[in-house]
Design a protein around this ligand. Structure first.
Ligand code: SAH
Length: 494
């Protein structure tokens, strides 16, 4: 390959372009044509050239593409998409004009059906590769036999439960504000910068959230409120957070400000209420720290209620400005109904809900259990959980703040036993000490709710080796148009 030597900068590039590794059939700079067969969780297409794996951002399974190789390693490399020679039949024009720039959704250009099929296959691949499990393809409605003493049937992975209308599902928007046209912009960060791209429409956001954000931006502009500048640390308005409660229609705005004082605060509240008569809570959160963390410590009500109420499966939740609440209410209910079905409660059982957050699953199950114990690391979430139990008149739940890896072994050692144990860990999965305590407690059933198929598969292997059998797996699509996959798994003691 020809090299031109001009500046040190070009020189490094030239080195890269010339790059080749013995035994690797492509070199950097080379243009290749390939069929895309898979998709990574970073939404890169995966294909092969003479058996060598290349990742191509923007390419989808089923596409045939031309791409230029930019990086090579021993076992795989990367290429940039040049053009699509033959599109996958599932390829679509992304409905959102900012799809490529925003990065909030990665899969809008793929049919929803293909997304759901990929999510299930992604779970299956992980269970086989990492979990070394035998997998049977299930179909919706198929019944597994959880309590059969038979040998070891393969685990059933059901088709992903999707949404009938996979748009406008988010109940919360958290919009960064920065300097821009008319005084301020609010939308998303231009990748790799502090610059904010103004955005007034987001197709996965509830329409009323969109309206509320537009109203707040317009009101702030008309009153000349300054926008927070992330380079200088000056300027007032940092974030606008809005929430919409599906069951009650209540709506909350939180203005995150760099300082306590909002000039023209009363006018601002008046303008927001005038433009959006349905708003029920307008709050302020003060964050003066130079950090990407959205919320600061101090929150106060500017007007209206301090919380809004929503419901999941008939259970009420009070949501305050900083509370965690699942963003897709409809699918959360779908997921927790599945968890309840897998728990198979009769009203006599003791249940432990590990990584319980604000107690969503605990309360969901408490109606059919004798007693539910929840454990969660974030103290505010535990307070919310207790408040939510009271709000629903539930007395058979008890929440503990602490690390699951410390609390669960302590409970186990103290002789607490659960008939059904539920875990819903963060992305990194269950701590080994949690898995050990689970096995020592010997619950009849384990319901594992997971947002990460690879750590799920790893943990299922430990539970299988410890005397449990993974019976069935239900993937649920909580985040359409992204690569996120949520699963609910039933395990029974062998
Ligand atoms: N089941 C809840 C939340 C699950 S998200 C719901 O449906 O709303 C996972 C939760 O685990 C988060 O609330 C997180 O704060 C908590 N968590 C993370 N690490 C933890 C640990 N080591 N011990 C206990 N809880 C933890």
């Amino acid at each position: 390959m020809k090299k031109s030597r001009k500046s040190p900068a070009t020189e490094t590039r030239v080195e890269e372009i010339a790059g080749h590794i013995p035994g690797v059939p492509v070199q950097t700079g080379q243009t290749v044509e390939l069929d895309i067969a898979g998709l990574t969780t970073e939404a890169e297409g995966v294909g092969r050239v003479e058996g060598y794996t290349l990742f191509v951002a923007g390419a989808l399974p089923g596409d045939r593409v031309r791409a230029r190789v930019t990086q090579i390693g021993k076992s795989y490399g990367r290429a940039v998409l040049l053009d699509i020679v033959r599109p996958s039949p599932d390829r679509r024009a992304a409905p959102c004009p900012l799809h490529d720039a925003c990065g909030g959704c990665q899969l809008q250009h793929w049919s929803y059906g293909a997304q759901l099929r990929w999510k299930r296959q992604h779970v299956i691949d992980n269970l086989k590769r990492i979990g070394r499990l035998r997998v049977a393809n299930g179909f919706q409605g198929e019944t597994a036999q959880p309590d059969s003493a038979a040998d070891h049937p393969p685990v059933i992975v059901h088709p992903t439960m999707g949404m009938a209308d996979p748009w406008r599902y988010r109940n919360k928007a958290q919009v960064p504000i920065g300097p821009g046209a008319g005084g301020l912009a609010g939308g998303f960060f231009e990748p790799g910068t502090h610059r904010i791209v103004d955005l007034n429409a987001c197709l996965i956001q509830h329409g009323e959230n969109e309206e509320l954000i537009r109203a707040v931006k317009a009101a702030a502009r008309s009153l000349g409120l300054s926008a927070y500048n992330r380079k200088t640390g000056r300027g007032l308005l940092r974030h606008v957070v809005v929430r919409h409660a599906r069951a009650t229609g209540q709506r909350m705005v939180v203005l995150v400000t760099n300082g306590r004082d909002i000039p023209h605060a009363a006018e601002l509240v008046g303008l927001i209420r005038e433009r959006v008569p349905g708003v029920t809570s307008i709050c302020q959160n003060v964050n003066t720290a130079r950090t990407p963390v959205v919320f600061g410590e101090e929150t106060r009500v500017l007007w209206g209620e301090e919380v809004i109420y929503d419901e999941i499966g008939g259970i009420r939740f009070a949501i305050s400005p900083r509370s965690f609440f699942q963003v897709n209410t409809e699918q959360t209910e779908t997921l927790y109904r599945k968890a309840a079905q897998y728990a198979g409660l009769t009203g006599e059982e003791t249940v432990i809900d590990v990584y319980c957050g604000i107690g969503t699953i605990s309360l969901f199950l408490a109606r059919r259990a004798r007693k539910v114990y929840g454990v969660e690391i974030v103290p505010e979430a535990v307070e919310d959980a207790r408040r939510n139990a009271l709000l629903n008149g539930m007395r058979n739940v008890e929440f503990t703040a602490g690390r699951a890896e410390e609390v669960l072994p302590r409970w186990q050692a103290a002789g607490l036993r659960a008939d059904v144990l539920v875990v819903d860990p963060p992305r990194k999965g269950c701590d080994p000490a949690v898995l050990r305590a689970m096995l020592d407690m010997r619950p009849r059933r384990i319901v594992y709710v997971s947002c990460n198929p690879s750590t799920l598969a790893r943990d299922l292997r430990v539970l299988e080796d410890g005397g449990y059998r993974a019976v069935e797996v239900q993937p649920v699509d909580m985040f359409p148009h992204t690569t996120h996959v949520e699963c609910c798994v039933l395990l029974v003691r062998k």
